[in-house]
Structure formats: structure tokens, C-alpha cells
Design a protein around this ligand. Structure first.
Ligand SMILES: Nc1ncnc2c1ncn2[C@@H]1O[C@H](COP(=O)(O)OP(=O)(O)OP(=O)(O)O)[C@@H](O)[C@H]1O
Length: 231
């Protein structure tokens, strides 16, 4: 099924509940994400932001409630279809980029394309163009440990975007960066969302980062407490 209109949410969570042992991380959280928008999820530490992101990205299954992606009940999909979706339609970026330390920046970015069946030469050419666009020029052959935090995170962003996902899940993507590097990562992410219609779910506790979003929802004790338009 396709989602040709931006009126219908591309991704929607309804009444999500999720417990980790005795801790109720989500208690009735509802959220909607539309194509092309950046939605910031903010809230105090422990309010359930990462758990919400994990449920929406199909990384963990909620205990109750529903997650609908492009008309499909994501929370009810078999694991095989879920992992295919995560590989082809979703991109993820976390606080520490999770680049593979043994691979160069270029090979890290090319890898998702190669896993999706693109030939090595073509994948590397595509990866190189994206790295250049994100200002990681001349660093392509460095390994993550040889790069600055900001460069490595921009490479991680390139890796998350190289397959042209419809949704990017970004969990504190600038949490380990100084303000200049944060700005560079967020500018690249916002530019891509605008240009390619990629929807971005952005978990952050940083108001400067949340300001890049079109909308913001604030979580409190596992549910949405505040919804506001920021742009
Ligand atoms: N794997 C887990 N096992 C046990 N408890 C967990 C687990 N993951 C999260 N929690 C707990 O669930 C609650 C919500 O955690 P979550 O990470 O979703 O919140 P958060 O808003 O993202 O927090 P932070 O801003 O500190 O990252 C917290 O009380 C946390 O300690």
C-alpha cells in the first residue's frame, strides 16, 4: 500500500503501553508522523522517548496499543517482514553513530546498499557522493576512530540515509557533539527531509535541536503531555 498524501500519517502510534520489567515506560502514548515532517519527541530523562522510538521503528513490540505504518499494523508483522522494512524503508541514527569500527567511512556508508543488493562499485560511488554532500570530504578512507565526533556522526547520518528511507529514527543524534557539530548534523538531516520527503522522528532533550522540527510532542511518564507546532 502506498501513502500518496501527506494528510494521512505515514506512521501512527495509538495508546502504546510498554513495560520493562516493573517499569512502565509507555502508558497510552499516541503520536503521528507525516511524510516529510520532522517530529521532535522531547521530555525528561526516563519519560519513555527511546522506548517510543523503538516501538515505532519496529525494534521492540509494544505490550498494548497499535503502530500503523503506511496502512499496515507494524506491531503485528512477522519478524522477517519487520527486518525487511527496517532494512529498506527505515534508517536509524543513535547518539553514538554505531559505525563499524573496522570499516572505513566509505565502506560503512556503502554497506546498507550492498546488503540491499547494489554492486560494490556503484554503492561506493553513491556513498562517496553522500559523504561529500555532508561535508565529510577527504575523510572517506578513515575509520570511525580516526575521525572527529562530528565527522563520524555525519558519516552515520549518511549511512542512515543512503538507502533513501521513508522514515529516519534519530535518537539523540547530537547528544555527544558540541554545538557546531550538532548544527552541521541537524542542518544535513533537515535538508534531506525537506528535499526528499523523508519523515524524521527525532528524540532529543536539547531545545536547539528540537527547533529544527516542524512539530514537537513532549512525553511525561510514558504519555504525551504537550503537543505544539514549532515551525
Ligand atoms: N531495557 C530496559 N530494561 C529496564 N528498564 C528500562 C529499559 N529501557 C528503558 N527502561 C526504563 O524505562 C523508562 C523509560 O526509558 P526510556 O529510555 O524510554 O526513556 P527516555 O525518555 O528515552 O530516557 P533518557 O532521556 O534518559 O534516554 C526508564 O525508567 C528506564 O529506566
Amino acid at each position: 500500500m502506498t501513502n500518496g498524501t501527506t494528510r494521512q500519517p505515514l506512521l501512527a502510534a495509538r495508546d502504546l503501553a510498554k513495560a520493562h520489567g516493573r517499569t512502565e515506560a509507555l502508558r497510552g502514548a499516541c503520536v503521528e508522523l507525516r511524510a516529510g515532517e520532522i517530529l521532535a519527541v522531547t521530555g525528561a530523562s526516563g519519560s519513555g522517548k527511546s522506548t517510543l522510538l523503538h516501538c515505532l521503528a519496529g525494534i521492540v513490540r509494544p505490550d498494548a496499543g497499535s503502530v500503523t505504518y503506511d496502512g499496515e499494523r507494524l506491531d503485528m508483522l512477522p519478524e522477517k517482514r519487520l527486518s525487511e522494512l527496517r532494512r529498506t524503508e527505515f534508517g536509524v541514527i543513535f547518539q553514538f553513530g554505531q559505525l563499524i569500527p573496522e570499516l572505513t567511512a566509505l565502506d560503512n556508508v556503502a554497506l546498507p546498499l550492498m546488503l540491499a543488493g547494489t554492486g560494490r562499485t556503484e554503492a561506493r560511488a553513491h556513498a562517496e557522493a553522500l559523504l561529500e554532500r555532508f561535508g565529510v570530504r577527504g575523510q572517506e578512507e578513515l575509520r570511525p576512530g580516526e575521525m572527529s565526533g562530528g565527522q563520524a556522526q555525519r558519516a552515520a547520518l549518511a549511512r542512515a540515509l543512503v538507502t533513501r528511507p521513508r522514515v529516519v529514527f534519530a535518537d539523540e543524534p547530537t547528544g555527544a557533539l558540541d554545538s557546531l557539530a550538532s548544527e552541521q548534523v541537524m542542518t544535513a538531516l533537515a535538508h534531506t527531509a525537506r528535499e526528499s520527503g523523508t519523515a524524521v522522528l527525532l528524540v532529543t532533550h536539547d531545545a536547539h535541536v528540537a527547533a529544527y522540527a516542524n512539530r514537537e510532542v513532549q512525553l511525561r511518564d510514558g504519555a504525551v503531555s504537550k503537543l505544539e507546532v514549532t515551525a
